[in-house]
Design a binder for this molecule. Sequence first.
Ligand code: GAP
Length: 509
Amino acid sequence: MCVTALPWRDSLEPCFYGGNQLFKFGDKGYDTLYIHQDSLFPKSNLSYIICPMAEQQSEYQGKATMEKITSLAKRRGFVFQSSEIYGGQNGAWDYGPLGIELKNRIAGAWWKEMTQLHDDIVGLDAAILMHPRTWEASGHVENFTDPLVDCKKCKARFREDQIPAENIAAKKCPDCGGELTDTRKFNLMFKTHIGPAEDTASIIYLRPETAQGIYVNYKNIIQSNRMKIPFGIAQIGKAFRNEIVTKNFIFRTCEFEQMEMQYFVKPGTDEEWFNEWRKRRWAYYEKLGVKMDNLRWHQHGPDELAHYAKDAYDIEYLFPMGWRELEGVHNRTDYDLGRHTEYSGKDLQYIDQENNNERYIPYIIETSAGLTRNVLMILCDAYDEEQVADKGNDDDWRTVLRFHPRLAPVTVAVMPLMKKDGLAELAQGIRAELKEDYATDYDQAGAIGRRYRRQDEAGTPFCVTVDYQTKEDGTVTVRFRDSMEQVRVPKAELAVRLREEIKAYKRIK
Ligand code: GAP
């Protein structure tokens, strides 16, 4: 869907927010933002949109918009709205055939980086449902809240930190001027019941972060795997937050996935390790092939720090809607293990056998990235539009996802130039051989140019075309997504050639 920004209608109260003229957007149906002529949306929605718009105009230079990403994601089977046939479920998304492949590859790259490449880090897959005392100990029951105010007149709901301070001071609704309620804390944890009785004894939470599953297993892992400090535990898994505003496609959702690593260190060495992990996480994104100009650090000020953190830096990415948090690196001190010691009554001290059985509660350096947010980042980072001809028709332009070949959902698409004369069978045979080593696709429908475009849009880095010459000399055409160059390669050498190309891959645009 094409989105145009319309000025706020003259007949309405003039609306300015932070010096910006307001635009009217909606948030219904599949596309995250679209203009809805007949309904007024509360400014609480707009406040989230206007600031990013201002940032977008000044800083974002890429070709992606959230619109284009959302609609491409649906068109090509990356991401669908959850329960779409029932009108959709806010804050939840389904990953389609290409989306799950992309998500798995991003998770795989992170897992390899954090476990395989680090002798001192092991993996874990803890349950989503944890003992409810966990969340009292962690501080989430008490502190994991958003400050909300409601308008008594128009019933609009706002996050206190998202509306002008003068409105809060005057208790005046920024939409209608009505009276605002006192600020109340809204806990972001999803609460449900376990077992047949729905009473207070049966309350259980869906975990809002994966980290706590690591802390409660830290002693198990030391004992079972003979880990010595400093060491880390890595985990990828679902987390749930009852987010009031779930905007910008899969950026902020109620159900999402995190990739978290908790690194246990001796107190006093925490700042050194904190800096070390900042360096490592930055280098990781570089290795992943992300455009590094689109990344920056943001240190949390005293009013931003989470209840458990002594120091925290976010790695922010320049999304089409502006700079936003992608990953956090946190110095959580001995807060978590200290609290779990207190609440469980179990001794969670580390005993340093190599140092006269010295005992201490380890400090924790956490690296916490959103997996689903990384999917959005990689989609935005890869998105490009390019003029490839000047004939005045639709085919002059192509949309291309320039994924690193290691992340691309399909690595190689095999296509016969024609279906007839045995070319299709030959192409299917080649695909069957490549399948063992690569994620493949097969496409024999339509003109070859169209098929290349389809693969470009899916981010497939290599296309292999089988033609009449293949029958004569056993060579195929390999077409490269980024440069659109084509070379002839003996089919017997294809698998090796692709491996070399993937290893040597450097993004050119
Ligand atoms: N254990 C620490 C922790 O959870 P956080 O900053 O609240 O820290 C870490 O979250 C990362 O999880 C964020 O940087 C973001 O990538 C991702 N994340 C957090 N809330 C999210 C949401 N509602 N939807 C999608 N991703 C989210």
